[in-house]
Design a protein around this ligand. Structure first.
Ligand SMILES: *Cc1c(COP(=O)(O)O)cnc(C)c1O
Length: 356
């Protein structure tokens, strides 16, 4: 039986996407060949890459606005390095918002390239909130933030107004909600949270911010090289790109970001209202900063742990354990998760309440 998959990543994808991807592994587009054995330069795959890049920009409302979309390898962690390499001038500086483990990972890499200003940090409170009052130095090359903190269950609901280019790691909430994406100069997202399988990262970059650092950038790390080669500088993750493309098509057919945001809001409201109502549970993130993608919560009384774990596992739920740095539980409710799965979880939480 198919589980209710609350995994934080790699994570749930739409059933139709799994079916089409599985079919392509056996026979891609009726070619008599598997997607796993064709050249990335074959006509059919070149078309996939082209359409995936076009569709990503279209869904984000960025068509014709000077942006390029790339599907590269190395995970979001690779962009922690590519971003300063491509955007931080020699002897220059950049500003970072420290809102979680991944933000801290990006900061660590940036420090190898130049002065890295921490505009604000919520680390002292184990990243339970998003800092709001801070200034971004006007002479920073860029400002980097993380829109959704996958591990801590917080999400930025506002982004700072600044004259400095804004770079955002949207790995765990890309395509989940409507934003004015043209306010960002560079967006990146590892596919495996909300878009596809592990192995590819979507990068959306405003072309005019590139080429200004005065650095010599190794080709594999240079966004301009990847743009020029249309995301085929080297062999892309063919299967991951194809599956991501299927997810983007699914999203478009289902009404795009505006429609999926409504569903995501309904799922999050259902779960958070139960966390707040049920005396056995407590949320770990500050209410105003709660994430609609990853809800983190604890049992007030840990002695109920065994019972609760038995109940949710028996209900066919998977992937509910919290990250080791937060403990407790984390329910990841990405785009592909149906409301019914959240209803099952809420029922289990009620069942626990009645049984103790
Ligand atoms: C998972 C995650 C990452 C790391 O992604 P990799 O693809 O494993 O490098 C970075 N940032 C955020 C917000 C994430 O959720």
């Amino acid at each position: 039986m198919k589980k209710h998959n609350f995994s934080a990543g790699p994570s749930i994808l739409p059933r139709e996407v799994f079916e089409k991807a599985a079919q392509a592994v056996l026979d891609f587009n009726g070619s008599g060949l598997s997607i796993l054995e064709i050249s990335h330069r074959s006509k059919d795959f070149v078309a996939v890459m082209e359409e995936a890049r076009t569709l990503a920009l279209e869904l984000l409302g960025l068509t014709g606005k000077g942006y390029q979309a790339l599907f590269l390898s190395g995970g979001a962690s690779m962009e922690f390095v590519r971003v300063p390499y491509n955007l931080m001038t020699h002897l220059g500086k950049a500003a970072y918002l420290d809102t979680g483990t991944w933000a801290a990972g990006a900061i660590k890499e940036a420090k190898n390239f130049g002065e890295t200003v921490i505009a604000a940090s919520s680390k002292a409170d184990n990243y339970t909130y998003i800092p709001k009052e801070y200034t971004i130095p006007a002479d920073a090359g860029y400002f980097h933030c993380t829109s959704n903190n996958t591990i801590f269950g917080t999400q930025m609901h506002e982004f700072p107004e600044t004259g400095v280019p804004v770079v955002c790691d949207m790995s765990s909430d890309i395509f989940s909600r409507a934003l004015d994406f043209s306010k960002f100069s560079l967006i990146y997202a590892g596919a495996q949270k909300n878009m596809g399988p592990a192995g590819t990262t979507l990068i959306v970059v405003k072309e005019d911010i590139l080429g200004k650092t005065g650095r010599v950038i190794p080709a594999i790390l240079d966004y301009r090289q990847h743009i020029e080669k249309e995301s085929m500088y080297n062999t892309p993750s063919v299967f991951a790109v194809y599956t991501s493309y299927l997810t983007l098509q699914w999203l478009k057919e289902n009404g795009g970001i505006a429609e999926i945001e409504k569903r995501n809001t309904a799922k999050a409201e259902l779960l958070y209202s139960e966390i707040d109502r049920n005396p056995l549970f407590t949320g770990t993130a500050r209410a105003e900063d709660r994430s609609k993608m990853n809800a983190t919560f604890l049992l007030e009384d840990e002695s109920h742990t065994e019972k609760f774990d038995k109940l949710w596992k028996a209900a066919g739920i998977s992937g509910l354990n919290g990250h080791r740095s937060v403990g407790g539980y984390r329910a990841s409710m990405y785009n592909a998760m149906p409301l019914e799965s959240v209803q099952v979880l809420v029922e289990v939480m009620k069942e626990l309440e009645q049984s103790v």
